[in-house]
Ligand binder design. Structure first.
Ligand SMILES: NC(=O)c1ccc[n+]([C@@H]2O[C@H](COP(=O)([O-])OP(=O)(O)OC[C@H]3O[C@@H](n4cnc5c(N)ncnc54)[C@H](OP(=O)(O)O)[C@@H]3O)[C@@H](O)[C@H]2O)c1
Length: 298
């Protein structure tokens, strides 16, 4: 049971956590924090939070659990603002999509990563933002990855695990660097492909006609290009090394595909497509509990 939950960043991820915990009857009071009055007043109106503050330090005062769900570029600023205001027993966790940068930001703000800070990442989402996009079922049956460090207090990990399980999620523990490499491949790369494709087509002279004739496959593939640009800018910067390597490798694969098509090598094409179909049929539908911005609801 959480006595007082502080949610810094009451958007899709933070708002959905508060809603899920309320639905499960696991939280007493929820205090929200953000910049825009309109979003926070809307969160009050929807019953996601009980009260709010613009000041992260005020929002975390007396909270036994703090969830930081702001864009990655803002994490360090939030950690610095809450550092001296946390209750001694407070457990802090976050929902950021990259863990290495969160650990670096925590170290810079606190001097060391506090034992009661548990870095985390719910592998769930949609391409929508803000509290209006949040819903209590977002984490049902989804994975949450926690990346505790050697210095993390195991009791804090247990508390955060119990919190996510109360939302219906399955919790996995992973090393920070491993998390960032896996997510570069499964989530960040597909988002780059969607953003890159839509941007390239939009800049072509005959773009009106291209988009007019875009069919279902194009819609499905590019839905995630509607995701928040600030959030994705921050994810790319925070995970630049693994994502850069992944994009380079993918570029080589695309070059190979272009050469194969140009040379009319039908059997190589069939080989590539059959291998991809078999892999997708075998793994993706069966094993993926959900990538970031899966069509959970939209
Ligand atoms: N969307 C996804 O699919 C997904 C999935 C997993 C993890 N994540 C991660 O979850 C985090 C939040 O993403 P989201 O999708 O929930 O974004 P979101 O819907 O835009 O919510 C972020 C919230 O943070 C607030 N915020 C921004 N800067 C702030 C600041 N300086 N101080 C306090 N509040 C601030 C914003 O409110 P104001 O503008 O009013 O300040 C907004 O309500 C990100 O780190 C992202 O990487 C996202």
């Amino acid at each position: 049971m959480i006595r007082r939950l502080a949610v810094i960043g009451v958007g899709l991820i933070g708002g959905s956590l508060a809603r899920a915990l309320r639905g499960a009857g696991c939280v007493g009071e929820v205090v929200g924090c953000g910049r825009s009055v309109a979003n926070l007043e809307r969160a009050l109106e929807l019953g996601v939070i009980d009260r709010w503050s613009h000041d992260p330090a005020q929002a975390v005062a007396g909270a036994d659990l703090v969830f930081v769900a702001v864009p990655l570029g803002t994490m360090g600023q939030v950690f610095g603002a809450i550092r001296d205001a946390l209750a001694p027993d407070a457990v802090v966790t976050d929902g950021g999509s990259v863990k290495g940068s969160v650990v670096l930001d925590a170290r810079a703000a606190f001097g060391q990563v506090p034992p009661r800070l548990v870095p985390g990442h719910p592998i769930a989402g949609t391409e929508r933002s803000g509290v209006d996009a949040s819903f209590p079922e977002l984490y049902q049956g989804r994975r949450v990855i926690l990346t505790p460090l050697a210095e993390t207090d195991p009791r804090a990990v247990e508390r955060v695990t119990a919190m996510w399980e109360a939302c219906g999620a399955d919790v996995t523990l992973m090393e920070v660097a491993h998390h960032d490499e896996i997510l570069a491949a499964t989530s960040h790369l597909p988002h780059m492909l969607a953003f890159g494709l839509v941007d390239a087509l939009a800049r072509m002279r005959e773009n009106d006609e291209i988009f007019r004739y875009a069919a279902g496959g194009f819609r499905d593939f590019t839905r995630i290009a509607s995701s928040d640009p600030v959030m994705w800018r921050d994810i790319c910067i925070a995970n630049r090394e693994p994502l850069g390597a992944m994009l380079e490798r993918f570029g080589d694969e695309m070059k190979d595909l272009a050469d194969t098509i140009r040379s009319g090598d039908a059997s190589h094409l069939l080989e590539i497509f059959a291998r991809a179909k078999a892999a997708r049929d075998r793994y993706v539908d069966a094993m993926t509990a959900g990538l970031e911005t899966t069509p959970t609801r939209s």
